[in-house]
Design a protein around this ligand. Structure first.
Ligand SMILES: C[S@@+](CC[C@H](N)C(=O)[O-])C[C@H]1O[C@@H](n2cnc3c(N)ncnc32)[C@H](O)[C@@H]1O
Length: 222
């Protein structure tokens, strides 16, 4: 089993400090949503994020990168064979567990709507089956709860290796940062295996794709 963990993801509802901003409220009205139930999205709220968190507008509010990664992960052969578990750990220490049977909406707007529902209801089901669930959990608590043989951190400053050199057939928890700038906020210093797979920085979904594909090859699926 491969446990793919996207850690410190920049996925959150509108933070407290921004709730009373007239511009943000106008935006919520246009979407016909309660302001506290909207997901922070720098694609649309860049200027507001800059106003309340100067210098953070490139990092905060990036549900788009999680969307692309989940499209890749959920449609992968590994997931279709029920050998992948994907978790989104967020900057505010929530963990979203994605069931292998979950297919992501093809439209970004519908994805945002689905995750707004999830932040409100904490669970999304279909015909009695849980598709998505959300709970308060730190990264180390998530790691402790998983049955795994190895934990691997993907990091541009890790030891340079090809995925085929470090991915094995064991149960692996692989951690990728769910942000486009900066470093992990959670303490990842005690994770023994830390690898870089390319000389330049990659997107989170291309790193996820390489790890999933290497695992598929390691266990003989491909
Ligand atoms: C776009 S990067 C964030 C960049 C950030 N400056 C950093 O140093 O992690 C997001 C995540 O993708 C993964 N990543 C990006 N490039 C990588 C590389 N060359 N090797 C391994 N992982 C990489 C890491 O898990 C990283 O936390």
């Amino acid at each position: 089993m491969l446990h793919l963990i996207v850690a410190d993801s920049e996925l959150e509802t509108i933070p407290e400090e921004m709730l009373d901003d007239p511009g943000v409220r106008r935006f919520a009205k246009k979407r016909n949503k309660r302001v506290d139930r909207m997901i922070l999205d720098s694609n649309y709220m860049h200027a507001f994020i800059d106003k309340y968190y100067p210098g953070e507008s490139k990092r905060r509010g990036r549900p788009d990168i999680i969307y692309i990664l989940l499209e890749m992960a959920q449609e992968s052969i590994l997931n279709r064979k029920n050998l992948l578990r994907t978790y989104i750990h967020t900057r505010n220490d929530f963990v979203i567990k994605i069931s292998p049977i979950t297919r992501m909406p093809k439209s970004y707007n519908r994805f945002i709507g689905l995750f707004e529902d999830l932040f409100e209801k904490e669970i999304i089901t279909n015909n009695g089956k849980t598709l998505l669930s959300l709970e308060r959990m730190k990264l180390d608590e998530l790691l402790e709860s998983l049955k795994k043989d190895r934990t691997i951190l993907l990091h541009p400053k890790g030891e340079f290796k090809k995925p085929s050199e470090f991915i094995s057939t064991e149960d692996i928890a692989a951690i990728i940062g769910g942000f486009s700038e900066g470093d992990f906020r959670s303490d990842v210093s005690n994770i023994p295996e830390k690898y870089s797979i390319f000389r330049d920085e990659l997107t989170i979904w291309s790193v996820g794709l390489e790890i999933v594909a290497s695992y598929e090859r390691a266990i003989g699926l491909l």
